[in-house]
Every structure is written in structure tokens, then in C-alpha cells.
Design a protein. Sequence first.
Length: 199
Amino acid sequence: MRVGLFGGSFDPIHCGHVEPVKAARRSLGLERVLYLPTAIPPHKPGRRLAAPLARYAMVELALLHEEGLYASPHELTLDRPAYTIETLEHFQRLMPAAELYLLIGSDSYLELPQWHRWRDVAAAARLVVLPRPGWELDGPAPPALAELAAAGRVHVMEQRPCEVSSTRLRAILARGERPPAGWMPDLVIDFACKYSLYR
């Protein structure tokens, strides 16, 4: 059984968090992908986020009608930053027969050597790299990442990145406007507006 894990702040979740994951799931034959909204992202210290439970609710709403994509509350239960290696070890214990795939954006992939126990991360799961605008992988990879790729631990998805970002969406929602059609599921927009998450 192949299971994907996809973590992030999802502040808010949008089409760039969903469409590339759907394509990766089909391409790699993943039975399911678990989205892991993080209560305290370790890579974004000091940044103000919408409340963790609100971000989790938006992920649930965004995935409601998406086959094989699920939200997991695992990283919401900690009162400290959640480290990816600890999450992987948790799911290894929970699903010992599963082959784990860690889905990350190309920006996170290029920063991987700065992660806590990053070599253990790459050993615990195959890395699936999703394209992000402005973070192309055209040039030569840093030696550490080239080593992972040579070992068959990395699968770079050949997709066009979605030109949407959570930063732009927060600015639009803060002005009381609705994002352009297709950028976010309507249920997520309605939820964010009802609870004034970004105003």
C-alpha cells in the first residue's frame, strides 16, 4: 500500500495545494494522501496564522469531494513545532505495511538540507516534489540532493505550477473580496469570509 503525506500551514488551502496532489496520486498509484495542517510550522517562526482548527476545517472542506484525499489532525495535537521526521515515524508505526511518500513543494525540497534530521526524512519516505512558481529545478542540484536523486529517493513531478499563492489569497480576502474562480473551493471561501479569518 502506498500512502502520501502532505504537510503545510494551508493558510488558506487553494488549488495549488490540491490539483498537483491529485495528479501525483494518479501518477504514483497512491491509495490515499493525508493532508497534515500544522499547528506551529517550524519553518515560519513568528508568522501570524489563522487558528489551527480553522485551517484544518478549510482543508476538510476543500477535500470533501476529492477521492483519496483526506485531512489528518495529527500535527494539530502538539504544543510545539511539528517536525516532519516525527510525523513520518508516527505513520510508520501506525501503518507498518505502507510505503510512505512525502509530497513537498520544490521550494521545500531545495531547503531540505536545513530540515531537522533531513537525511532520516529521506530514508523514511520517498520524496515527491511538486512544482512551485519561482522555484524551478532547472539548474544543477546541490550535492546532497543530487545524492538522494541518484539513490532513487526523489520523484520530481512534471507539472505546470499553479500560479496561486496563499499570500495573494490572504490579501484578497483581507480586502473583503472573493478570489477569482477556480483559485479556492467556494466552501473554503465562504468559511473564511463567515469567520473573518483574514480581516
